[in-house]
Design a protein around this ligand. Structure first.
Ligand code: ZN
Length: 292
């Protein structure tokens, strides 16, 4: 659990000036992802801005994973909380210290609703956050008939069997941006899940995913793999078939054991196009016709 690897083997995050591009006056056309680190991203979809899995610990600090387990962060976040644009909501896959940490707990604005599992929502409500608990397939809609963002919670399995009982419940999320009736962009954030037939249910419900944000890393906890490694990530792509894929959750902690390069190589070898590696601090346009 506390096993470390050489921090010099990881890529240093690219520090950016601090401003994430703001979607003002976008008329619903913006679709962009800024990668902050771990599974933390800023998603700009039309006039909406969403933060995912806020992890703002710095290099050398420990993330607590419950049950006495922890892992040391190997990287710095590319942005600080104070650099974030105004948020419409936070989407949180589960309550683990590499997804919602003590920095977020102290410094994150408590007003935007946190859409998360009922388990995590209870804890966050105790800490004064506005929460919106979602069970599998439940939805929360932001906006109005003119422009809306629908977040649907979808199944995630952090671990099976005995190990599953040690880890908190996880949700994936499908985030749909609509202008009027028309879906402009559909993003699937996997959450910390293993691959499996629960993903086939996601594909049946959402056969047309524009962008998959995939939590990888092949995280090892107590001799169990509890997030997708390279092979599982490729299996995920075979099941979900997104137009483009942005890997996250792969280089920031000692417990992440499956290198990003393995996933990229194996995915391309398996014929999956549209793999886009977004560096920390980088803002990627998500329109499928740009660079996928
Ligand atoms: Zn994690």
């Amino acid at each position: 659990m506390t096993a470390e690897r050489d921090p010099s083997a990881t890529t240093d995050p690219v520090q950016v000036g601090g401003q994430v591009g703001l979607p003002g006056g976008s008329h619903g056309t913006t679709a962009a992802l800024t990668f902050v680190g771990t599974a933390t991203t800023v998603l700009e979809l039309g006039s909406f801005t969403i933060l995912t899995d806020p992890n703002f610990l710095h290099r050398g600090q420990r993330a607590y994973l419950g049950k006495g387990l922890w892992s040391r962060r190997l990287t710095d976040p590319a942005l600080e909380i104070e650099d974030l644009p105004k948020l419409d909501a936070v989407v949180l896959s589960h309550l683990h210290g590499d997804h919602f940490d003590r920095v977020a707990r102290r410094r994150l604005d408590r007003r935007p609703p946190v859409l998360t599992t009922p388990d995590a929502a209870r804890r966050l409500a105790d800490w004064g956050f506005d929460t919106q608990p979602l069970t599998d397939w439940q939805q929360h809609v932001l906006g109005d008939d003119g422009e809306s963002l629908t977040v649907t919670a979808v199944p995630g399995i952090h671990a099976r069997g005995m190990m599953g009982a040690l880890l908190p419940p996880v949700m994936g999320s499908v985030i749909e941006h609509r202008v009027g009736d028309q879906v402009r962009h559909r993003v699937y954030v996997s959450g910390d899940t293993l691959t499996g037939d629960h993903l086939d249910a996601v594909r049946r419900r959402f056969p047309d995913i524009d962008t998959a944000v995939v939590h990888l890393g092949g995280t090892r906890v107590l001799f169990h793999t509890v997030t997708m490694d390279a092979d599982q990530g490729v299996d995920f792509l075979g099941r979900i078939r997104p137009d483009q894929t942005i890997p996250v959750h792969h280089s920031d902690y000692g417990v992440f054991r499956s290198p990003l390069g393995d996933f990229v190589t194996k995915a391309r070898r398996a014929g999956h196009s549209g793999i886009r590696v977004v560096k920390p601090g980088e803002r990627a346009e998500l329109r499928p016709d740009t660079g996928a």
